[in-house]
Design a protein around this ligand. Structure first.
Ligand code: G3P
Length: 197
């Protein structure tokens, strides 16, 4: 029980590290919270800081979802305990302890979590994102479609109730965080990938 609580707290603290904010600071780029959509995530860093910073952000955000889940599994966690570790890493990105609890939208960290739960779940989510974002040329569209299908991929591939519930909670939180994107998509004003506006 103590081990499980430690792993859940550690997952939250790892998820709280904002790769976007740290990367932009280290590379002398503007704070992504003051640029473009204001989101500290890879899509917005691509707009304001370029490809290199965006790739570093994407990788870091993915790893902070992946690593806590892999560590938890190495310690034998499964079911509800593993689901809480996965959710804690995701929540850390959305509500980071080190950045005033104002974080990102959870796409890359969510993908890392899914890859950790099962590579096939992560690949299914990634392919969904690539197809939806590739066709629409809109990053948030890819995220929304991928999030919608994620609970289905988890249920089909893992068949675990608690992990499927985690997929549902992540989907709802991701929709909530993308509310302004949804409004812009409906209004036809959501920027295409790489465009500043
Ligand atoms: O990764 C977040 C993406 O789905 C949307 O980001 O900056 O366009 O709001 P942004």
């Amino acid at each position: 029980m103590i081990l499980q609580i430690i792993l859940i707290i550690a997952a939250y603290l790892i998820g709280s590290l904002s790769t976007a904010i740290i990367t932009c600071k280290l590379l002398g780029l503007p704070d992504p919270r003051t640029q473009g959509s204001g989101n500290p995530g890879a899509t917005n860093v691509l707009r304001s800081g370029g490809k290199k910073a965006a790739i570093i952000t994407l990788t870091g955000d993915l790893l902070k979802g992946l690593i806590p889940v892999l560590i938890a599994q190495a310690f034998g966690l499964s079911g509800l305990a593993l689901a809480l570790v996965a959710l804690a890493a995701f929540l850390g990105h959305l509500f980071p302890a080190y950045h005033g609890f104002k974080g990102g939208k959870g796409v890359a960290t969510g993908l890392g979590v899914l890859l950790g739960l099962h590579w096939a779940v992560g690949v299914a989510a990634l392919v969904t994102w690539l197809l939806a974002a590739g066709i629409s040329r809109i990053s948030s569209m890819g995220a929304l479609v991928a999030a919608t299908l994620t609970p289905i991929w988890i249920a089909l591939i893992l068949g675990d109730f608690w992990l499927t519930m985690t997929g549902c909670i992540m989907m709802i939180l991701l929709y909530w965080r993308h509310w302004s994107n949804i409004q812009r998509i409906l209004a036809g004003t959501e920027p295409k990938i790489g465009r500043k506006s």
